[in-house]
Each structure stands twice: as C-alpha cells, then as structure tokens.
Design a protein around this ligand. Structure first.
Ligand code: MN
Ligand code: MN
Length: 455
C-alpha cells in the first residue's frame, strides 16, 4: 500500500498489536542508551528466543539460530535457511550508535566551585539542543589490571542526573546575536558533576571530592579516564507522544527504531529459504569507520564463518555469497515537519504514519556518496509489500541541494549486493528528543519480516 495513512486501515486487533509492539520498543529504547547496552539487550532477546552463541557451535544446519558479537559493540542474529550460504543471505542492517557527547580522555577539572567533565561531541548535533536538559552517563572504564568497570548513572529514578549549563537570558545580549553554530560552542559542552569541596583539601577541593566519590563507587582513579569510554546521553525514558498516543518521543530513534524492529523481525520470522541475518553496527554517525563500523571486515568474516560451519569453505563461495545477498539498510529517514515544510519536496517526502520509508538514494548535492539502489530490485520489493499488505512510502532526504546525509547502504553495495535504505521517518532527527510514529514502527517490522521471507 503506497503512500497511504496506515492508521485509517487498522482493525481494533491490529491497533492493539501496533500499541503493544511500541510498548516493547519503548522499553528497549529506554534501556538501550548506547551501542554496548543495545548489544546486551539484543543478546537477551536472542537467548530468550533460543539463539545460541556461535562460539559454542562446531557445525550449523538448517533451522539453527545463532548470534555473533564483535567487541561488545556489534551483533548479528542469524537463522540458517534451506539454501547454501553461497546462494546469498537476506540481511537487515541497522546501526545502534546515536549522536551524543563522549568524555575526553582527560575530562575532569574544577572551575568557580564546580567540578566539570569535558566532552567531545559524537555525530552531527545542533549543540544548542544539548544544554539545560537532564543527562546520564553510560560506558566502561577499563583499568590497567584488566578489569572493566561499567558506568550507568542517571536513568534510575534514585540516581542523580547531570547537565550542561547555558547562559541566563538576562545576560545573553551578546550570545543571542551569534549564529546557531556558535551560540553554544563545542568546547563549552562540559558537564557539571559536583560542587562540594573535600574538607581539608587546599587546591581543587571539589574535584578532589568527586574523585573520592568515584574511588568509592567504582574503585577508579583519575588516570583511569585515559582508557575509558563514557557517553553522555539524555536521561529519562521514551514516552508516548500526543493525545492519541500515536507517536513515541525518545532519544536514539536514529537508528534504534530500525535496529529493534529488524532484530524482532528476524527473531519472529524464524526459518526462511535463505539464511537470514539482522546485523547491528556501530560508528555509523561518524562514517561507519573502525573495527566496529560497517566498513570493518567483521561482517564479511561473519559470512565466512557461516560458510565454514555449514559447508566446505572457499574464498569463491564467500564472494558468491556476498554478491548474491539482498539487503535492506534499515535506517531512518527525515519526516516532513509541518513547521519546516520548505526544506522538503512533498511529492518525495516521508510523512509520519504512511509506513516504512524507502530511500533509493541519500547523499548530498548531485547524489554524492550515495548507494542509488537498482530499480529492478525495488520493483520486486514493491511487489512483495503490496502482496502482504504493508504500508510503504518513498522519499528523498529533503529538497535537492538542501543538505544531505548517508547510511551504511553504499558500504555493503561495494560487495555488489543489492541494497536499499528502508526505515522509519523521524522528526527532530539527531535532537535529544526524536519523534516517530508507532504505525511506521509497526509497518517497518511487518515489512522487514516479509523481506526476509519473500525477496
Ligand atoms: Mn541513521
Ligand atoms: Mn543519524
């Protein structure tokens, strides 16, 4: 069903399913504040549904369900199908990193009676959106003795929260004349973490007191921040949005809404003709680089492992497998915002409630850096979506020359596999509070299931 509002068609029973699915997702989103937390949640989901750690498997055959993790920041859920891996697999690929601020390696300092943590922002953010909101800290501190301390503070109602200050309006005459990129400077995104001085301490007594508390709570020293990865994210749970509860407000819909619906689709669809994989990657927001990003060899290695566990391995089989694979790059799209209509071409814009959104291409300027999917491939997808009563729409990321963006689609496209972007339309993308429609979340889930089975 192309470009129609899904809400109008739902029966009472379907409406209940839509709302229930959204409730499950809200729980995932509220807990999955970082890529590491999302991997933990995905492992829980997988185990609860009979998936095994691939490291425990000597051999795999049709119907087997396994998961593979990479450095605690990637996961692939796999259901082995009837056809050999060489014939290609069916992949849903989403990213589980979201824009945020990371603590610097040497973050803690004291100024004017406050202890603060210095940060470096991650991904594309409007910096002014991240001040004067409650923030939480998540991550790991890796100590020299080989132990890792998990940090998770700000989301339990009993926890304190943190925050970044902004200048009071009364004294902001100069600040208010600055452009939006400068009104809050990146170097000023420092998080306030304390104000009680340690008794009997001479210099930087507030900082000393914070260090004392960190020692007591986590058994860490100041130097341990050097090998830490602490992410500063919005505190608080995902909530229903609107009188009609049709939408969800939360941090990290980009791209955890697609990550969750992809993982659930893979789990709920079960065994298919082709082997099916839901892969959740890191680092998309900074260019899919590094060991845990989509450009890493990890996914290719994972396919090699799967061939080895189901067949007699050869390099040629691996190349065939990659080339014969069909994939949806499960990533979000920009929804048309009624307050900022002018940046969209509404004939080619995504509307909240019109179902899963396909982007044949993203990129910037003259489609620069995009994947530009094959029309033959999308024709087949249209057919199976219509056959299965899934609501879908197509969109571009805004008007021509209005800006742009990218996803992981082109990276897998480099293997000569068919890939197209397919995900959920978001309002306020990359803001601390993003908005999606529950109908789109549900239609994405339905469409992902159909894709795994029928494409
Ligand atoms: Mn994304
Ligand atoms: Mn993004």
């Amino acid at each position: 069903m192309y470009a129609k509002n899904a809400w109008e068609a739902y029966s009472k029973a379907e409406l209940k399913e839509v709302m229930n699915f959204a409730d499950d997702y809200k729980e995932f989103l509220s807990k999955g504040k970082t890529e590491r937390e999302c991997v933990k949640l995905a492992i829980e989901m997988a185990k609860a549904n009979g998936f095994e750690d691939i490291n425990n498997c000597m051999k795999l055959s049709q119907g087997d369900k396994v998961y593979i993790t990479n450095k605690g920041k990637n996961i692939a859920l796999v259901v082995i199908g009837k056809n050999p891996i060489e014939k290609g697999v069916r992949v849903l690929g989403a990213h589980i990193d979201s824009p945020r601020m990371d603590l610097k390696q040497n973050p803690l300092y004291e100024k004017d009676g406050f202890a603060l943590l210095d940060t470096h922002y991650y991904g594309g953010i409007k910096k002014y959106q991240w001040v004067t909101i409650p923030l939480a800290l998540y991550g790991v501190v890796c100590k020299k003795d080989g132990t890792n301390v998990t940090v998770n503070i700000g989301d339990d109602p009993k926890d304190p929260v943190f925050g970044i200050s902004d200048l009071l309006i009364h004294l902001a005459q100069d600040q208010m004349t600055k452009t939006a990129t400068k009104v809050v400077e990146g170097e000023n995104l420092d998080v306030t973490v304390g104000s009680i001085p340690l008794k009997g301490e001479d210099g930087d007594a507030v900082k000393a007191n914070v260090l004392k508390l960190l020692k007591k709570k986590y058994d860490i020293e100041e130097e341990d921040f050097l090998s830490a990865e602490i992410e500063v994210v919005p505190a608080g749970n995902a909530r229903d949005y609107g009188f009609d509860r049709s939408m969800i407000a939360g941090y990290g819909h980009d791209d955890r809404s697609c990550a969750y619906s992809s993982a659930r689709a893979l789990i709920d669809q079960g065994e298919c003709d082709y082997t099916t994989i839901a892969v959740l990657v890191d680092k998309e927001e900074i260019g899919s680089v590094g060991a845990t990003g989509a450009q890493s060899k990890w996914f290719e290695n994972t396919i090699a492992e799967l061939i080895n566990l189901t067949d007699i391995y050869s390099d040629l089989k691996l190349r065939h497998a990659m080339e014969n694979t069909k994939m949806l790059s499960s990533d979000v799209s920009a929804g048309v915002d009624p307050l900022y209509e002018s940046v969209s071409d509404k004939k080619n814009g995504a509307f909240l409630g019109n179902g899963i959104c396909f982007n044949k291409y993203t990129g910037a300027r003259g489609k620069s850096g995009c994947n530009d999917a094959m029309p033959e491939y999308f024709a087949k997808i249209r057919q199976i979506l219509d056959d299965n009563n899934c609501y879908f729409q197509t969109a571009e990321l805004g008007k021509v020359d209005q800006g742009g963006g990218g996803t992981i689609a082109y990276i897998l496209g480099n293997y000569n596999m068919n890939v197209i972007d397919a995900g959920i339309a978001v309002l306020n993308m990359h803001a601390p509070m993003e908005i999606i429609s529950k109908a789109d979340l549900y239609e994405a889930y339905k469409s992902y299931k159909v894709f795994l089975k029928d494409v």
